[in-house]
Write a new protein. Structure first.
Length: 505
């Protein structure tokens, strides 16, 4: 059989195997956070568009609000990414390199993780690879107009609403056309501008949501990439995380291929094409990591072009030099080893061991005991959005205090910290008068009432050695640590906080 047939059979088998894991592995805090998004539909969210929430909502509508339903589309998206990368690479470098590209992509630990868990990075890879393919086809069918121009705009727009960095694809395309004499004339033709017209509607949800929320996304990104925050340690941490997420030898091979590609890109269009779709996002990750570390999942789209370039250049180098061939084989073998270890560890952890689920069950039992003791309902607070999200998901009784409220809150603060800051909070005052024009409007202490006043809360923290937040210490009369009855808990601390009295401004 031809290599591509073996590849397709392997992909089908791998996809079938991936479907065996999603329901066995406990959700990550990020997955549970995005699941809360799907339960609170909105035009946009604090740090991303609505696409990931829509995908999770579709899966849970089909299969229920559980791990398998949340992750149902992850293996399908990974399969789609692999097939699109095959088509794109075959266009650029032929079928043999295309087979190796897909093989290398699927041995990357970060890609394998994205195929098992629902995160924006996996979907962003699929959408960017699709946009790269349609953009190439649009150029290939030039100088006349092609349907691939508007399709590229639609795919780029969907990528933007998955992760805001998806808009960098437009910058990549513009730089690519501007730097290539043959294609510079595209700026004077309708194709490129039609693509932008089809992209623009995807900005409407972001603009609408931000206009209603004081343009918080602009402030968030401005703070994240403040030049004053740049330091070497953050960059070194970013590179070390890349080495672990891609496996060290594969990452080294990518860096070498990137160096070769820069040299070739001066005179060859294909390496330039791939580099321009990778370098802007990589630069964003490197410099942005100085102020806030970029997750490898969010950087996955940048590696799509580099994997193609690495497969092409190392395939060429291996044919000419035996030592380089040995290095390439070792890189692939170690990549497989890293992926098997990473995936195997996750699956083993999922077999009968669910630490956050155990913690949430124990927290729920502790709440029941407190309510029996005090005779009043107890509300829950997590020390950050990750803890609040995952405890919310695994609580046996997902009790909410009112419409739109999350099951677990984060500490009250004047700062906007996450999407939790825009959902109803326990420090808000509400109108109680029957003739109040807007029952859900915010009211001051003199005009309204806070239904949480005088009540007891459980505060859950994953910061073992840190002091309790000032917002917790100053807004409750008395705080006591409480042990949880479970042998499989994550490293967390739980406190009973008595008599909530709100912070004075």
């Amino acid at each position: 059989m031809k290599p591509r047939i073996w590849l397709f059979l392997a992909l089908l088998a791998l996809t079938a195997a991936r479907f065996q894991s999603p329901g066995r592995i406990e959700l990550t805090p990020d997955e549970s956070y995005h699941t809360l998004w799907c339960l609170h539909p909105d035009w946009c969210y604090y740090d991303a568009g609505p696409v990931i929430a829509m995908i999770i909502r579709a899966g849970t509508e089909l299969l229920g609000l559980n791990e398998f339903g949340i992750r149902f589309f992850s293996p399908i998206i990974a399969l789609g990414s692999s097939l699109i990368l095959f088509l794109l690479t075959r266009k650029l470098y032929g079928e043999t390199v295309a087979v190796w590209t897909v093989a290398v992509m699927n041995i990357l630990p970060v890609f394998q993780s994205g195929s098992l868990m629902m995160n924006p990075g996996g979907l962003s890879v699929c959408l960017l690879a699709s946009a790269m393919l349609t953009f190439w086809l649009a150029l290939e069918r030039g100088p006349g107009f092609s349907i691939y121009w508007p399709v590229t705009g639609l795919l780029t727009g969907a990528g933007f609403l998955t992760e805001y960095t998806g808009a960098l694809a437009l910058l990549s395309m513009a730089l690519l056309l501007a730097s290539t004499g043959k294609y510079r004339r595209e700026f004077a033709r309708p194709g490129f501008w039609v693509m932008l017209v089809f992209f623009i509607p995807f900005t409407i949800p972001v603009v609408r949501w931000n206009a209603q929320h004081e343009w918080i996304t602009l402030l968030l990104w401005r703070g994240r990439f403040a030049m004053a925050d740049i330091h070497v340690r953050g960059m070194l941490n970013w590179f070390s995380e890349c080495a672990l997420s891609l496996s060290p030898l594969v990452f080294a091979g990518m860096l070498i291929a990137g160096w070769w590609g820069v040299k070739k890109a001066r005179h060859q269009f294909k390496p330039r094409f791939l580099l321009f779709f990778s370098l802007p996002l990589l630069a964003l990750g490197i410099f942005g990591s100085s102020s806030k570390p970029a997750t490898m999942n969010s950087m996955m789209p940048a590696f799509a072009g580099l994997v193609i370039l690495s497969a092409a250049l190392w395939h060429e180098a291996a044919k000419a030099d035996k030592k380089r061939a040995i290095f390439a084989v070792l890189a692939v073998v170690t990549g497989i080893g890293f992926t098997i270890y990473d995936t195997g560890s996750a699956c083993l952890r999922g077999d009968g061991l669910h630490p956050w689920k155990s913690a949430a069950i124990a927290i729920g039992e502790t709440r029941k005991q407190l309510e029996q003791k005090t005779g009043k309902p107890v509300f829950l607070i997590g020390n950050n959005d990750r803890v609040a999200s995952i405890v919310s998901f695994y609580l046996p009784e997902k009790r909410v205090e009112g419409p739109g409220h999350p099951p677990v809150y984060i500490p009250e603060s004047q700062m906007i910290e996450s999407q939790f800051s825009y959902w109803p909070r326990y420090d808000e005052f509400f109108a109680v008068a029957k003739d109040a024009p807007h029952p859900d409007a915010y009211y001051t202490l003199e005009e309204g009432v806070n239904p949480f006043m005088g009540r007891t809360a459980l505060f859950v923290s994953d910061e073992v050695s840190a002091e309790l937040p000032t917002a917790i210490l100053n807004s409750f009369e008395r705080i006591e640590p409480v042990p949880l009855n479970s042998d499989t808990l994550p490293v967390i601390r739980v406190f009973v906080c008595y008599n909530y009295r709100s912070l004075s401004l």
